[in-house]
Design a protein around this ligand. Structure first.
Ligand code: AMP
Length: 289
């Protein structure tokens, strides 16, 4: 596995692969890799000839300076995990390499970013779209892999690809979970033992809420209230939001619409660590993940 640290090196390598007729897979990450990331890389390796994984803690997508400062950075461990997963090149740029000057262009995804993460983390998706666009331009992947764990991010990137005509296929990969249901996340490393023991309650509350949706008896507001009540019983948990939304438009639901998938998304703080999770319920009532 090659380690590339400059934009020029990434461009040169991927351009060569393209000329040689190789199909390129891109897996953008912020590092501190776990099994969820590695499954994306393995999927890319199975479907593409060359796989670029990027590890870059992107400052422009953090609205909270402490979150940026405390975000785990483990480049050596990441490199050791990526090679056996089938990664061809690790792109590990510095902030100065990715942002030789501050970006002036701003992205606005309209209603898609006025809810959930976009509503609670102002500027977050502008930063995501900026860095993802740069990575797409530099590596020109045939396929780009993103996790459903960041459900709204997938919707935003899908819009980006469509609006700016990026010539690539977006792959949305199901959420990889710990045995107790907790969605894998780089931030889980920062949980105390106590908070880690309580963290599976997030997914449990989503599953219980999804059951209510499937049963078809409760209105969206009642589903939301039930999940809220369940999470209020978790000691030390501060719920930031729980959304019951249309899975395509991400807009909050006041009633169910037949034929439309539903997504339940939440963000919560547990022992000072911000965690997100979601569950998608298909229109026949089945869980999509
Ligand atoms: P991050 O390093 O958190 O920015 O994540 C990099 C990519 O991995 C994003 O597309 C995430 O959605 C994806 N990802 C992170 N955690 C998981 C998980 N538990 N399951 C599946 N994909 C994930």
């Amino acid at each position: 596995m090659q380690i590339l640290t400059t934009a020029a090196a990434l461009q040169a390598h991927t351009e060569n692969w393209r000329r040689a007729g190789q199909r390129i897979g891109l897996v953008p990450t912020m590092g501190a890799l776990h099994e969820g990331h590695l499954q994306l890389v393995r999927a890319a390796a199975a479907e593409c000839d060359a796989v670029v994984a990027s590890v870059f803690v992107n400052p422009t997508q953090f609205n909270n300076p402490d979150d940026f400062r405390l975000y785990p950075r483990l480049p050596d461990a990441d490199a050791a995990l990526l090679a056996p997963a089938g990664c061809t090149a690790l792109f590990l740029p510095s902030v100065a390499e990715m942002y030789p000057h501050p970006a002036i262009v701003q992205f606005d995804f309209g209603p898609l970013e006025r809810v959930m993460e976009g509503e609670h983390r102002p500027g977050h998706f502008n930063g995501v779209a900026t860095v993802v666009s740069k990575l797409f331009h530099l590596s020109r992947p045939h396929r780009a892999y993103f996790g459903q764990k960041d459900f709204q991010q997938v919707a935003i990137v899908r819009q980006l690809v469509s609006d700016l005509a990026f010539d690539l296929e977006l792959v949305a990969f199901p959420t990889v979970r710990e045995a107790d249901g907790l969605a894998m996340s780089s931030r889980n490393r920062r949980l105390s033992a106590e908070a880690r023991a309580l963290a599976p309650r997030l997914y449990q509350s989503l599953q219980a809420a999804a059951e209510l949706v499937r049963a078809g008896q409760a209105a969206p507001a009642a589903v939301q209230a039930a999940a809220r009540a369940q999470l209020a019983a978790v000691p030390g948990l501060e719920l930031e939001y729980i959304a019951v939304a249309d899975a395509d438009t991400l807009q909050p639901l006041t009633e169910w619409h037949s034929g439309r998938a539903v997504v339940l998304c939440l963000a919560a703080h547990l022992g000072g660590v911000r965690l997100i999770d979601n569950v998608v319920i298909g229109w026949f009532g089945e869980e999509v993940e």
